[in-house]
Design a protein around this ligand. Structure first.
Ligand code: KIV
Ligand code: ZN
Length: 388
């Protein structure tokens, strides 16, 4: 079994579902490009059938993103799958993600179908999606509360129908790590064709266990984790990408698992998502909270000055926090702006410094302090002006 775990980001789909107001297509594209830079393997860009706006933004992201697979969500219905196929067809690499609920309560009360009918719908959906692409993911919604015999049957049927990734969501964040890891272990022990697909997990955080459950699943062989930046998502949110990535990186020697995440992009991506989604990050949030790398007590400060790893298990620089950050205000000159943009990875020939500096001063007059994500937004709008 490979030791590489794929990171599937659903900030723009499950994350966006939790926002009081939708993001604009341009904002979604800005986030998608940041996720691509972060090294996300698969970006779930939206749910194309849900609205014409979502269709257009998935299509726009599919056109622009080159280094990540772009994915769209669909129920197990031909019309949803067709909308996905059409929105994504412009992408360099794309995936169709189709799902149906499998737990007793969802099958009986929501779908009002027999168990056999639900298996038939799943199989038909996967086969239909395969007409558009070889990269098809199937999810058993509410798998965490699904009877294990039925879950095994569904996973086997989906793989036989052509699913290349099968996702096991803990949709309502109900399971505990031992229990959820046990479900994944049982699937590996009981489903005969399991090695023909990647097993993925998608955990919600209702009991604060989304990351722990995802990790337990990886320890049992799951090789894709679905997550969101800052853990945003329905209700208490989804497993947070930055926590998963930094657990696997910081404890690589013990876990032996790698990802493609470029961890130095974590901080700026977190700030961008927080700003555009209008979702502040709590100060004590692991990895990306304002206090995640600050030491308050005298004993800790003294220890860190003597040797950084006395109280720091990872460096702030490893997640892209530059401790020597200069404050950008209306008193900052254009050379400081150029320097900061270079640090952020932008080449001076790719933007109009005078125009960006002019926009920066206007913003600084309004806001006081200008942050990296503000600068990136100014650059983004400068690029849009030149592209259109
Ligand atoms: O939580 C969930 O079950 C989902 C599925 C659509 C994957 O978001
Ligand atoms: Zn979800």
């Amino acid at each position: 079994m490979t030791n590489q775990v794929k990171i599937f980001d659903t900030t723009l789909r499950d994350g966006e579902q939790a926002l009081p107001a939708s993001l604009s297509a341009k904002e979604k594209l800005q986030i998608a490009l940041a996720l691509e830079r972060l090294g996300v393997d698969i970006i779930e860009a939206g749910f194309p059938v849900s609205s014409p706006g979502d269709f257009r933004s998935v299509q726009m992201i599919a056109k622009e993103v080159k280094n990540s697979v772009v994915c769209g969500l669909s129920r197990a219905l031909a019309g949803d799958i067709d909308a996905c196929g059409q929105a994504l067809s412009v992408a360099e690499q794309f995936r169709i993600h189709t799902f149906i609920a499998t737990s007793e309560i969802h099958v009986g009360a929501k779908l009002r179908k027999s168990h056999d009918e639900v298996v038939d719908m799943a199989v038909a959906a996967v086969k239909h999606a395969r007409k558009y692409t070889d990269d098809v993911e199937f999810s058993c919604e509410d798998a965490g509360r699904t009877h294990i015999d039925y879950l095994c049957r569904m996973v086997e049927a989906a793989i036989n129908a052509g699913a290349t990734t099968v996702n096991i969501p803990d949709t309502v964040g109900y399971t505990t790590p031992t229990e959820f890891g046990g479900i994944i272990q049982q699937l590996f022990n009981r489903v005969p064709n399991i090695d023909k697909a990647i097993i993925s997990v998608h955990c919600h955080n209702d009991l604060g266990l989304a990351v722990a459950n995802s990790l337990a699943a990886v320890e049992q062989g799951a090789r894709q984790v679905e997550c969101t930046i800052n853990g945003i998502g329905e209700r208490a949110g989804n497993a947070s990408l930055e926590e998963i990535a930094m657990i696997l990186q910081t404890r690589q020697a013990m876990l032996g698992i790698n990802t493609n995440i470029n961890s130095q992009e974590i901080s700026r991506t977190s700030k961008l998502v927080s700003q555009l989604c209008n979702m502040p990050v709590q100060a004590n949030k692991a990895i990306v909270g304002a206090n995640a790398f600050s030491h308050s007590s005298g004993i800790h400060q003294d220890g860190v000055l003597k040797a950084q790893n006395t109280y720091e298990i990872m460096t702030p620089e490893s997640v892209g926090i530059n401790k020597n950050n200069l404050n950008l205000t209306s008193r900052s000159g254009r050379h400081v702006i150029k320097h900061r943009l270079t640090e952020l990875g932008y080449k001076v020939e790719d933007y109009d410094l005078e125009a960006v500096y002019d926009a920066f001063l206007k913003l600084a007059d309004k806001k006081g302090q200008v942050y990296d994500y503000d600068l990136e937004a100014l650059l983004f709008f400068d690029k849009q002006k030149h592209d259109h």
